[in-house]
Design a protein around this ligand. Structure first.
Ligand SMILES: [Zn+2]
Length: 157
């Protein structure tokens, strides 16, 4: 089974780069990376020391329902290229920590109970393939195991 990793939609990132509001309706906060653990959720690369980035609240779901978690994420302040998963490998942002929270969602964006768990970085792909054997899982979200921040999404294909 092939897996595809995706980050924040380019339309959402472009809105922020054009001075738009985040998912809370606030302007983006600006910061400079210290090079330690600042993942960009659009290109899925780590933000290098000295690079400017935006701190925003992001809701990576289409609708504002009860399961639509929203939380803090970082994005490069200067426009970057959306992650293109041509290798079907772990993007850089998922290689920065030893563990991640991996959880399956249904097609209507609901948590599929029993699928969530903290897994070793090296086990993310195997865990995702195993979860996708369940046909009720439409996508898998990866979050920080320490801070619960949304990192990336995995889909079949
Ligand atoms: Zn970026």
């Amino acid at each position: 089974m092939m897996l595809t990793f995706t980050g924040m939609k380019s339309t959402d990132a472009e809105k922020l780069w054009n001075g738009g509001q985040d998912s809370h309706g606030n302007p983006a906060e600006k910061a400079i990376s210290d090079g330690k653990g600042n993942p960009c959720r659009h290109c899925l690369e780590m933000i290098k020391e000295g690079e400017a980035f935006l701190i925003v609240s992001h809701r990576p779901f289409a609708a504002k329902h009860a399961y639509a978690e929203q939380g803090p994420i970082f994005v490069h302040a200067e426009p970057c290229i959306a992650y293109d998963d041509f290798n079907h490998e772990l993007p850089s942002v998922l290689q920065d920590s030893p563990h991640y929270l991996v959880r399956g969602y249904s097609g209507d964006e609901r948590i599929v109970y029993g699928t969530g768990g903290v897994v070793d970085q090296q086990a993310i792909i195997d865990r995702a393939k195993s979860l996708f054997e369940n046909p009720s899982i439409a996508f898998i979200d990866i979050r920080s195991a320490q801070n619960n921040c949304w990192q990336a999404r995995i889909q079949r294909g």
